[in-house]
Write a protein that binds this ligand. Sequence first.
Ligand code: SF4
Ligand code: SF4
Length: 240
Amino acid sequence: MMESFYDITLNVHRYDPDTDKRWIDTYQVKAGRIMRFVDVLRKVNDEQDATLAWGSSCEHGQCGSCSMKINGKPLLSCELLVENAVHYFDTTTFTIEPLDVAPVIRDLVIDTDKAYGRVDKVKPYIIKPKPLGEKGEEHQISPEELERYVDATRCINCFCCASACISSHHNFLGPNAMLAAIVRVMDPREQEKQSRFDTLYSENGIYRCHSSQACSFVCPKEIDVAHFIALAKNGEIKPA
Ligand code: SF4
Ligand code: SF4
């Protein structure tokens, strides 16, 4: 019979910046089967420990601010239902840790300014837009052109892929920053390509990737990040 509630155990990694102390707290929670992990953490705040810090915003899988590692897997905690977690990990005990792509500010909250620093390096916007038509007509991108890179535009910079990435070089741009550069190279509206190629093919760029595909495996937006990196490695990212 399907359970209505699960008695789950959370082992949560804590960090207090005032004392620079790290420890693990264990919480026992009676959790409804369709509660999400953000709901579970809020229940812990309400009923057991108001000091536990974690982040979230939209809680609909669109902003990427509730990402964390649960039993070692980077994911969006707003998307993981208790019942699915019990079945996926085959346990009712969950270890919850912050992502390891930037320093921890407190408990499960990381310094996103530092994490975004890598994305900012690739200028995740159109630097030099193609001029509009003579009469101001907007650009038209054919469905075939768009099809080549539209998946990559769904990235929400949750940093799950960067956390899962096995390339340990500390200056490596990481998968989502590379994806942000690749998608602008493939966008026919962008005219500034060379500086993007310089970044992508620099010593901190795509050749640090080991093609493990861990990034694709964890991406909550189901973007095959490793596929786009492979296109860049093979010199196939020019617009159609
Ligand atoms: S590529 Fe996927 S996992 Fe990586 S930051 Fe973007 S949405 Fe998150
Ligand atoms: S495929 Fe490359 S970028 Fe993706 S996780 Fe593996 S090493 Fe990192």
